[in-house]
Design a protein around this ligand. Structure first.
Ligand code: BTN
Length: 250
């Protein structure tokens, strides 16, 4: 996937670029491609949360036709978040620390500045497609959110142009997907990811899909990228939970 000239669809306003990704399958045949929106009226985050989508921020979906084995699709959370982190690092003139919050949020000063929503698309053919939705708070961030938010403008004290950001992200994303080699290099991706892991070796609070909250030490990732939490003298591996802010001391 070394295509330099990838189609970019730029829209003034759309419900969600991930929703548009589903619709473009009806009339586009060359992939990958980007769908970028100035504004989203129903921007979605993970767990169907609202995603703050004001003009000036980056809202885009990379639509990928793929032959990735099903069990390797979760690798993309790590591959894409590393590429996104690298892109943000390019604008980091003050050398602030940029962390990766498991599995794929970008954190600066304990606040989230970017998130990723990867969804499988429905296809009428035997081809398979993924929508890799990426939201970055370039200029604005919500004042209320499930995890404290920030923007790159606030952290780096600079206005970043959406199009410049897209150019760099596109390059980094293609390079990282190539490097991953459909799973062959996932151990290297994970090693790299762990260098930036938010709160690794620290006590964290996790929210489980059941709604249960547990506290423990984020001790490592397993070979599939599952989060290993140590608590009550045992290790448990999580694939679908999330790290939340409230930490009761353990
Ligand atoms: C998250 O952190 O919960 C994921 C946020 C993903 C937001 C992006 S913005 C572009 C794309 N379109 C959407 O509706 N969501 C993703």
């Amino acid at each position: 996937m070394n295509k330099a000239n990838i189609d970019i669809i730029i829209l003034d306003e759309i419900d969600s670029t991930n929703n548009e990704a589903q619709r473009v399958l009806d009339y586009k045949s060359n992939f990958p491609l980007w769908i970028i929106a100035d504004e989203q009226t129903s921007g979605r985050g993970r767990k169907n949360r609202y995603w703050f989508s004001q003009k000036g921020n980056f809202m885009g979906t990379f639509v990928l036709e793929h032959k990735i084995q099903k069990q390797y699709i979760p690798h993309l959370s790590f591959v894409v978040s590393l590429a996104l982190r690298e892109t943000i690092e390019d604008f980091n003139k003050d050398d602030k620390e940029i962390f990766l919050k498991w599995p794929n949020d970008i954190i600066i000063k304990n606040s989230k500045c970017a998130g990723i929503l990867i969804e499988s698309l429905k296809s009428n053919s035997d081809k398979e497609y993924l929508a890799i939705g990426i939201g970055v708070n370039l200029i604005n961030h919500p004042s209320k959110s499930s995890f404290k938010a920030t923007s790159l403008k606030k952290e780096f004290n600079t206005n970043i142009s959406r199009d410049e950001f897209l150019n760099k992200l596109n390059k980094n994303l293609l390079a990282k997907i190539n490097f991953w080699k459909m799973g062959e290099n996932f151990p290297k991706i994970l090693d790299d990811w762990k260098r930036f892991a938010y709160k690794i070796n620290e006590n964290i609070s996790m929210l489980l899909p059941t709604g249960e909250k547990i506290d423990g030490k984020f001790s490592d990732l397993n070979n599939e990228g599952g989060l290993i939490l140590s608590y009550n003298g045992e290790n448990r591996v999580f694939y679908a939970a999330e790290i939340i802010e409230e930490l009761k001391l353990v």
